[in-house]
Design a protein around this ligand. Sequence first.
Ligand SMILES: Cc1cc2ncn([C@H]3O[C@H](COP(=O)(O)O)[C@@H](O)[C@H]3O)c2cc1C
Ligand SMILES: O=C(O)c1cccnc1
Length: 350
Amino acid sequence: MNVLQEIPALNKEIGDQVRSYINQLTKPVGSLGRLEEIAIELAEMTASPFPSVTPPGVIVFAADHGVAKEGVSAYPQEVTAQMVLNFLNGGAAINVFSRQIGAKFTVVDVGVATDLKGEGLISKKVRYGTENFCEKDAMSIEEAKQAVAIGYEQAEAMITGGIKCLIVGEMGIANTTASSTILALLSGKEIESLVGKGTGIPDEKLAHKRDVIQRALSARNPDVNDPLDILSKVGGLEIAAMAGAMLAGASHRIPILVDGFICSVAALIAKLFNPRVVDYMILGHRSKESGHQVAIDMLGKQPLLDLGMRLGEGSGAAVAFPLLQFATKMLSEMATFSSAQISNRHDPSL
Ligand SMILES: Cc1cc2ncn([C@H]3O[C@H](COP(=O)(O)O)[C@@H](O)[C@H]3O)c2cc1C
Ligand SMILES: O=C(O)c1cccnc1
């Protein structure tokens, strides 16, 4: 397994074929708007004129964050482990949405702070949570590498199992702090515009959260061009694994449906490993977490939905998934002007 495996270029030739085919479908040119663009993007990613996105696969990576000790989340650290059990019992939002979209679903413990067992849990604990990165590096470079590799392998296993679209989610109390720290570093923007309330901390805690991030950045000072240095100094194990999973998706021409804030930051880390990975991403939604727009701009894409969601777990991507299905079904099931014997526009070449 090589996480730096080459990512193939998009197949623009097939994209062009699909673009002209869409103009022959029984509708005014361009009238299905963004769905038409999605169909073309999926064709370019999969190198198929009639792409399929079913079944989708959802992988939730769970890990803890030492920086939770700084009081940066509205919930206690043990919620990470408790939510993993909830995922295994099928009671979390992402379980409900995964069932709704017919997704294959797995949960991977890549670094929860306590011992965890449960039927169906994939135990790949690299360490028991990260260090508090205000005090020391979150993890070693070797551990960051391991977490990226675990993500890559888990996504590959799902792809071998037949999934046609990849959704990566996360669970990790305090991971909006780790993600905001990474984003501040990558964007070079003022912390004020990047740091949000995560699980819903009160206003007075927001200033403290920003201060924690500022202190961490000064103390750790990661190399902005080196994804492993960033992950080891201020990262999260689940963020590393998500980046690895996305690299695997792109290497196998599997479209990646990106979730909210945390997932977009992981996508930016994946981009540092290989910029081409972004070609295989579709942004599912705009999270309410402030800072997401900065990450969205850095990925250079428009999210499909804006529902005021701010959960994570892969939930926003799962909710957006049916739009990809609509796009593929439009291509494969709509009649053309000639097959349905409908008169085309006055000048079909326009
Ligand atoms: C019950 C519960 C379920 C969740 N599912 C996702 N998150 C989300 O909230 C956490 C990030 O927010 P912060 O940085 O403020 O801790 C992550 O675990 C994220 O996945 C949850 C949070 C809670 C409390
Ligand atoms: O958009 C997200 O990923 C998000 C937002 C708030 C809390 N957890 C995750």
